[in-house]
Design a protein around this ligand. Structure first.
Ligand code: AMP
Length: 440
């Protein structure tokens, strides 16, 4: 199917050609006609499916029919990075249509945002806190608002934005079109949808699973060896840009600093950085100055760089949802990517949950030649040291062959096997089902 079938305004069609989209993605195929017809929508869509264009393109089309320069559309995003990303996604077709958007988020001065709002724009892309702040100052007229988009609603929930969202919704005209996008549909999001959407059509793309264009591998490792394994892994792997996720701000900074000292072109991104430093890190990562970006989950939200060939989970994420979001950063749209996860013995339960969502076991790999036997510096007791498992991620005492030995692709990366030299020696096994299968 082609974009022609939507009968979009010629200026939007020409913008689509200029951007280079050949055909709609599945979510666009479903959402665009519904949005053009003014329907409310719940879109269950993971990142990387083309969901931003799925709402931006028909919204621009609808806006062309109304007088310009009054806020008609409000797009709520959980982070400033996602707000900027969406603003940019509007900017390209916006140039052809003459429609404008402004971003509104905290952490930067209010004045430029107020000036841009006063200058007039049809679309506001905002994070909830600053939006409420400016609305309280009377800077944002909501009276002509026609469309509300809540993007990455589950993330908004995680970040505690639900009360703000409800406050915002109360200020909007009751007659409006509302679109809600979320990678997952926890109960609180369902309740919100019931409260603020009118007879919504529910569409799904990807069923909340990590993007299918991404190949996964787990590298079992003891905690004290993670940074050296990460660096060796990157040295040995053919990559474009690499996004490395860590769990804490402190670790983001320390891992990036160690990598920098070792000569890697690396930047770090975490919530404590000033907006300028964040933008420098993202811009440098996007234009290739930094091949590697080490980031926390929140900081990496909304990063849309098609050259990201690898996402590496230095730390496991806290939830299956966060895993899905992280992995969505690689393999965007038609590109493919790899997702490597460094997993310690403590990560076993979450890894099992992720595997059950994926519906398959993730391949375990060892990095050939890496010295897994290096002891922890004195005073640090290796986590999980009371148990041991082999490179398959199974208990050492279990005999037999690894069940998942096929498919290691990059050179120097071996599927884990019992006989592997330098294999991790004292890692507690993860998948319970693997253990019991092998024990039979
Ligand atoms: P999103 O899911 O909105 O974060 O989009 C992920 C990526 O897909 C972005 O880089 C978009 O530019 C790209 N994209 C969106 N729609 C299409 C399309 N129809 N064809 C190819 N790429 C697309």
């Amino acid at each position: 199917m082609s974009f022609k079938e939507f009968h979009l305004h010629p200026s939007i069609e020409s913008a689509i050609r200029r951007i280079g989209y050949n055909e709609p993605t599945p979510i666009q195929h479903q959402a665009i006609p519904l949005i053009l017809h003014g329907k409310d929508l719940t879109g269950l869509a993971q990142t990387g499916t083309g969901k931003t264009a799925a709402f931006v393109l028909p919204i621009l089309d609808r806006l062309l029919a109304v007088p310009h320069r009054q806020p008609r559309v409000l797009i709520l995003a959980p982070t400033r990075e996602l707000a900027e990303q969406t603003h940019e996604a509007i900017g390209v077709p916006g140039r052809d249509t003459g429609l404008k958007s402004v971003t509104v988020y905290g952490g930067v001065s209010k004045d430029p945002q107020i000036q841009k709002l006063r200058a007039g724009a049809e679309i506001i892309v905002a994070c909830p806190g600053r939006l409420l702040d400016l609305a309280d100052q009377g800077v944002i007229p909501f009276s002509d608002l026609k469309i509300l988009v809540i993007d990455e609603a589950d993330r908004m929930l995680d970040m505690g934005f639900m009360p703000d969202i409800r406050k915002i919704v109360k200020r909007l005209p009751a007659t409006r079109q509302t679109l809600l996008f979320s990678a997952t549909m926890p109960e609180d999001i369902q309740k919100l949808a019931t409260a603020i959407l009118h007879e919504p059509v529910v569409i799904r793309a990807g069923e909340g699973k990590p993007a299918s264009t991404v190949a996964h591998a787990v590298y079992p490792v003891e905690p004290h060896l993670k940074t050296s394994l990460l660096m060796k892994l990157i040295e040995r792997t053919k990559t474009e840009s690499i996004l490395v996720f860590t769990r804490t701000k402190h670790r983001t900074t320390s891992v990036a600093a160690k990598m920098k000292r070792a000569g890697f072109a690396v930047a770090s991104l975490q919530g404590d950085l000033s907006q300028n430093r964040r933008q420098d890190a993202i811009a440098g990562f996007r234009d290739g100055k930094y091949r590697i970006l080490v980031a926390t989950d929140i900081a990496a939200r909304g990063i849309d760089i098609t050259r990201i060939s690898h996402v590496i989970n230095y730390d496991m994420p806290d939830t299956v949802e966060a895993f899905t979001h992280r992995i969505g950063r690689a393999g965007r749209a038609e590109k493919t990517g790899d997702a490597f996860t460094l997993a310690t013995p403590q990560d076993r339960p979450l890894l099992s949950s992720i595997e059950s969502v994926l519906g398959k076991q993730i391949e375990r790999r060892i990095l050939e030649g890496f010295d897994y036997a290096t002891p922890a510096p004195s005073g640090i007791r290796p986590a999980g040291s009371t148990r041991s498992f082999n490179a398959c991620g199974s208990l050492n005492r279990l005999p037999g062959r690894c069940p998942d030995v096929q498919g290691a692709r990059s050179h120097g990366h071996k599927p884990a096997s019992n006989g592997a030299r330098n294999a991790p020696r004292s890692l507690d096994g993860f998948p319970r089902q693997l253990r019991s299968a092998r024990a039979k």
